[in-house]
Design a binder for this molecule. Structure first.
Ligand code: TGC
Ligand code: FAD
Length: 399
């Protein structure tokens, strides 16, 4: 009996992946696993070897764009228009693997796919879809999404950027702030107030009066381009207005897509941090034993594992709900809040357990930690998501 029990324990221990304690991978379909594996290979071969330098140089590694496109990762969950038409779980896994590399690379894909291609796909005219989506899927055109304004991003209903009709054209005036991809974008989906409410405008690079200077001095998401956008009497032909939506629900519905991806993405960043800590604490010897052989260190590692595991299960269920059409914005808020908080806490704790080495670019946790300070802020701050859940629970609007 004793022998059988020991045998069972050994078998179970051998089967457990420290990065996937509850075998989420076992719950995936063959296609989902295939997608995860191909993105993981891309990240190992193309992202990890160059990302430290790109981060240090405050430079988006644009050479990755054709490689992301070749794998079908741009607009991957959209159907038609040369997009891959993958399910929500696949999109989540793509984000997770990319963010294991760096949040900046996942950001690029989130913005291109969920914030620029998605609104054109969901609300654009047939001509707009044909004109932009296939080229965006191939990475020939880069997009950005302009919602946040300098006076306060949490409350986009109070939008100052406005568009007025002049003949059959529209004239845009105003400014946007903190716009991912802005300076490298060929087009932006720009949200502006009109007499009927908020509408989306496709503004192309080079349109007179439109400028997109890069924000140079970030300590976070340094391998991603972030910009301001300025509109000074920018004339936008009526063919460039998204005809399918009026009102704040237009941009908020895009945020739902992107927040969903972030809820998965940050799991990858947390896994990368935990992985580097498991390696480090196994070999660093202090007080005559490996750091990993101390109770408080093990408790902290176990705590990370617990939080990664709950985040994985939350993301998986969220993905199944998205594919079933039952996911609501409050579900996404809870997952974005929980998973970003989980990843940021883990990155900070890993930084601490590396001691002085934790402040070196040689180890990934500080890069992930700095990135996650943006990720917990953008796409709705932690407070915004908490208040969204509060409103759902109480029926009372505290915004
Ligand atoms: P509220 O009254 O709640 O809603 C207005 C209308 O929108 C509908 N709605 C949604 N529709 C789809 N998806 C959602 N998530 C939705 N949430 C609300 C709602 O039903 C209503 O429709 P209707 O038909 O009744 O008009 O609006 P509110 O003014 O009270 O604001 C709510 C609040 C605070 C939650 C919202 O303003 C908000 O989410 N604020 C945060 C803004 C934000 O997240 N900005 C992100 C900018 S983009 C970005 O950060 C990209 S980073 C990307 C990267 O690099 O990865
Ligand atoms: P504010 O809205 O001014 O908030 C300041 C603080 O007040 C926050 O802590 C917030 O939680 C808190 N707060 C707000 N309201 C309340 C309340 N009712 N009760 C209590 N506390 C409250 N935006 C885009 O449109 N497109 C992009 O591509 C994009 N990319 C980004 C990339 C980066 C790197 C960053 C950092 C931001 C990006 N953003 C983008 C902007 C981002 O969405 C905003 O920064 C975010 O929504 C918060 O807006 P804010 O910075 O103006 O902060």
């Amino acid at each position: 009996m004793a022998h059988a029990a020991a045998h069972t324990t050994t078998q179970a221990a051998a089967a457990i992946d420290p990065m996937d304690l509850f075998d989420v991978r076992g719950a995936l379909t063959d296609e989902e696993r295939l997608v995860q594996d191909s993105v993981a290979r891309l990240v190992d071969a193309e992202v990890l070897p160059i990302i430290r330098e790109a981060f240090e140089e405050h430079r988006f590694p644009k050479q990755l764009v054709p490689k992301l496109a070749e794998l079908g990762l741009l607009g991957s969950s959209l159907h038609g228009y040369d997009c891959a038409g993958l399910n929500a779980i696949c999109y989540g896994l793509i984000c997770q693997e990319l963010e294991r590399g760096d949040s900046g690379i996942r950001s690029f894909v989130s913005v291109q796919s969920s914030l620029c291609m998605y609104p054109i796909w969901a609300y654009g005219s047939e001509e707009q879809k044909r004109k932009y989506l296939p080229r965006m899927a191939r990475g020939e055109l880069i997009g950005c999404f302009g919602l946040t304004e300098p006076h306060g991003g949490s409350d986009p209903a109070n939008m100052k950027t406005h568009a007025k009709q002049r003949g059959s054209d529209w004239v845009l005036n105003g400014a946007k702030m903190w716009i991912t991809n802005g300076a490298i974008a060929d087009l932006g989906v720009i949200w502006a107030m009109t007499p009927e409410g908020i509408r989306g405008f496709i503004v192309e690079k080079g349109t007179p009066g439109f400028s997109a200077p890069e924000i140079e001095n970030k300590f976070s998401l340094r391998a991603s381009v972030t910009s301001a956008l300025f509109f000074d009497n920018v004339v936008v032909p009526k063919e460039q207005v998204l005809p399918g939506v009026v009102g704040l629900k237009g941009p908020l519905s895009c945020l739902t897509q992107a927040r969903y991806g972030i809820a998965w993405g940050v799991i990858g960043a947390a896994q990368a941090c935990l992985k580097s800590l498991l390696d480090y604490t196994a070999t660093r010897v202090l007080f005559g034993r490996p750091l990993a052989q101390n109770q408080t260190i093990q408790v902290r590692l176990a705590e990370m594992s617990r939080r990664i595991t709950t985040a994985q299960l939350l993301a998986l269920q969220l993905g199944r709900m998205k594919d079933a059409g039952t996911m609501q914005p409050a579900h996404v808020s809870l997952a974005k809040w929980n998973n970003c908080r989980m990843a940021l806490d883990i990155a900070r704790d890993c930084r601490d357990m590396l001691g002085g080495a934790g402040i070196s670019a040689e180890f990934a946790p500080i890069r992930h930690m700095l990135n996650l300070e943006s990720v917990i802020t953008y796409e709705g701050t932690e407070t915004i998501h908490q208040l969204t859940i509060g409103r759902q629970l109480t029926g009372l609007n505290a915004f």
